[in-house]
Design a protein around this ligand. Structure first.
Ligand SMILES: CC(C)(COP(=O)(O)OP(=O)(O)OC[C@H]1O[C@@H](n2cnc3c(N)ncnc32)[C@H](O)[C@@H]1OP(=O)(O)O)[C@@H](O)C(=O)NCCC(=O)NCCS
Length: 159
């Protein structure tokens, strides 16, 4: 079940840039998005509100590892479960592909993202000091092991 989640491609690049600018002070360029949209090791999934992109997630799938590179939801559509739907779909893809573990980094002050990842069972495994170029804030590194037995249906019941 795709739950309203669609795979995005190069024609969606302007929508991604517009949303990225709304959500991040330091955002990806058009060239970076096109690279990610063209290469098969990356996946970008989105949820549309009519013609407008309401949220997206970009992740890589390399061997048995998945890394979340970015996730963002339009400010007008937050706290409505959009990020959760995107993560559910990304996890379903990982399970089907036999991915064993997932990694990500997140700013120490990003409470919304920290809560989201912790809700999905990610555990902190390290810190990169002064990691982010815009604020010099520390990055917290998180890992999730799919062997923990992620079950999409159980998680949906828990939400
Ligand atoms: C982080 C972000 C993607 C969450 O998107 P969202 O669609 O609003 O999240 P959801 O509605 O799916 O919420 C899922 C869970 O995330 C957590 N969460 C989301 N927003 C939160 C907030 N403002 N404060 C605390 N927890 C929050 C909660 O655990 C929530 O579960 P709950 O609703 O049962 O409490 C969104 O706030 C965003 O785009 N932020 C700016 C970009 C960003 O920081 N991206 C992360 C980069 S690492």
């Amino acid at each position: 079940m795709n739950n309203g989640v669609v795979q995005l491609g190069v024609p969606d690049v302007q929508g991604l840039i517009d949303l990225e600018k709304l959500c991040f002070a330091y955002h990806w360029t058009q060239e970076q998005f096109i690279l990610v949209l063209e290469k098969s090791v990356f996946r970008t999934l989105g949820i549309m509100n009519g013609e407008q992109l309401a949220g997206y997630i970009t992740f890589s799938l390399i061997e048995d590892e998945m890394e979340i590179l970015n996730i963002a939801v339009h400010p007008d559509f937050r706290r409505k479960g959009i990020a959760a739907r995107l993560l559910d779909r990304a996890f379903e893809i990982c399970i089907k592909k036999g991915i064993a573990k997932s990694f990500l980094d997140v700013k120490k002050s990003n409470t919304a993202a920290l809560n989201l990842y912790q809700k999905y069972g990610y555990k902190q495994i390290g810190v990169r000091k002064n990691y982010y170029p815009d604020t010099k804030e520390d990055a917290l590194l998180f890992r999730y092991d799919f062997e923990q037995g992620y079950d999409c249906n159980l998680l949906k019941v828990a939400k």
